[in-house]
Ligand binder design. Structure first.
Ligand code: SHN
Ligand code: NAI
Length: 220
């Protein structure tokens, strides 16, 4: 989604297969997750230590008590940043939407795209590299297939390579006075397919030699 959710409170109503997949996405983003649902999938039941579980069906009152209640003139300290309604009842999902639409920044209603303020893309993850594909709601399955195809092009080597690039970039900006020079260095490394090939073969020392060569050329 490209949004920093670390430490943010995200509330999911419903605990079925769609909720399960998206709770996993939210937890991977470092969010603090609460789930309100009378039942959970087996996988969710096995990971109860990772989120706060409220074992009840949605009702407006209960939702208010748990998440929106506040003192006079105050905003609830437990107010969610994101709400996902993923029950199998479109009526319940729409009631959740009506309750939170004016008080919660990010809302996703699994059964109704038009009511959602953002959409979950299909994602390929390689460590810090996240490639998200959206089909603008037309065919999530095509998005998923495109990700499968992308995952054969962008292999695990990208995780390590990207981590090294991040380091290199930080060091280069710290050490070099000239941003143009840094850009030239980064471009030389990013566009050198041999470096990536060494990462693919897990030959990190050869990759590092090529990176050092690039540093030397740019600093000449
Ligand atoms: C708008 C959006 C929700 C949003 O707002 O975020 C949305 C909406 C809906 N999906 C429906 C059905 C299915 N969705 C999937 C799968 C995924 N759906 C995902 C995203 C999104 N789905 C958003 C748009 C993304 C985009 O633009 O591309 C993925 C990418 C990410 C994720 O869900 O985490 C994940 C694949 C990733 C993966 O697994 O890797 C499958 C296939 C499967 O389950 O294997 C099916 C059954 C086949 C079919 O119908 O195509 C229905 C009808 C429900 C009904 O009424 O029964 C609606 C409602 C509607 O269309 O209104
Ligand atoms: N990727 C997507 O966006 C997709 C979206 N959908 C939509 O998402 C909805 C959910 O799909 P699934 O997870 O497959 O359904 P599911 O049947 O697996 O799960 C539904 C969950 O909602 C809970 N629930 C039911 N009534 C509730 C209430 N009053 N309060 C709180 N929780 C309640 C149930 O206990 C269950 O955990 C579907 O109705 C459909 O509209 C469906 C498929 C894919």
């Amino acid at each position: 989604m490209g949004i920093d959710l670390s430490g943010r409170h995200c509330v999911v109503v419903g605990g079925g297969t769609v909720a399960e997949r998206r709770i996993e996405t939210l937890l991977r983003s470092g969010a603090k997750v609460s789930v309100m649902s009378p039942a959970l999938t087996t996988t969710l039941t096995e990971s109860l230590d990772q989120f706060h579980y409220i074992d009840t069906a949605y009702s407006e009152d209960r939702f208010t008590i748990e998440f929106l209640q506040k003192g006079r003139g105050e905003v609830s300290s437990n107010r969610p940043y994101l709400v996902l309604a993923a029950t199998n009842s479109t009526t319940v999902n729409e009631r959740v939407h009506a309750q939170v639409k004016d008080v919660v920044p990010l809302i996703n209603i699994a059964s109704n795209q038009k009511l959602s303020s953002f959409h979950f893309p299909a994602v390929v993850e390689r460590g810090p590299l996240h490639i998200g594909v959206t089909t603008s709601g037309l065919s999530p399955l095509l998005g998923k297939r495109i990700c499968e195809q992308l995952s054969t092009i962008y292999g695990e080597e990208y995780a390590l390579f990207l981590q090294r690039l991040g380091q290199l970039r930080e060091e280069a900006y710290k050490e070099a006075g000239n941003p143009k020079e840094v850009r030239q260095l980064l471009k030389a490394v990013v566009e050198n397919d041999d470096i990536l090939e060494y990462y693919r073969k897990n030959d990190l020392s050869k990759a590092e030699t090529l990176i050092k060569d690039a540093l030397r050329i740019v600093h000449k």
